[in-house]
Design a protein around this ligand. Sequence first.
Ligand code: IDP
Ligand code: MG
Length: 149
Amino acid sequence: MERTLIIIKPDGVQRALVGNVISRFEQRGLRIAGMKLIQISRELAEEHYAEHKGKGFFEPTVKFITSSPVVVMCLEGANAVVAARQTMGATRPPEAAPGTIRADLGLDVSRNIVHGSDKPETAEREIKLYFKPEELISYTRAGDVWLKE
Ligand code: IDP
Ligand code: MG
């Protein structure tokens, strides 16, 4: 069992895509272990995107993610990190496969609707940025037995 950190970015919230995005992860078989609507501070955004510090898109990306509320989710399931990234699609919407969130719902890399941890170690770091341990709940859903043999 693995956990990953997903953020529905300001464009997703403002464009009323929250339900659409959550549905895709839910239907894929990933469970919501934690979820909340928050306004990200500059300090948190800079920590979140620390690996990109110094790149040209760092400042606009930090400005954008702090510009309006976001929905943060911790998703849990088998291979949650890879599965969620696959459901999201490639970083740049024109390169994302049809059927993915970023291809179906967006056009531009700077407004690509969702964030998802890129590997299990990143997920661990990012989940801690947004959730206290007691805010996360592991459980089984009735339908989980129908997801695998
Ligand atoms: P990821 O979100 O698929 O993991 P990263 O390379 O980690 O992609 O970049 C983080 C975020 O920074 C992207 O989701 C996107 O919002 C923004 N970003 C990345 N590259 C560019 C760019 O070339 N122009 C504008 N924004 C970018
Ligand atoms: Mg990334």
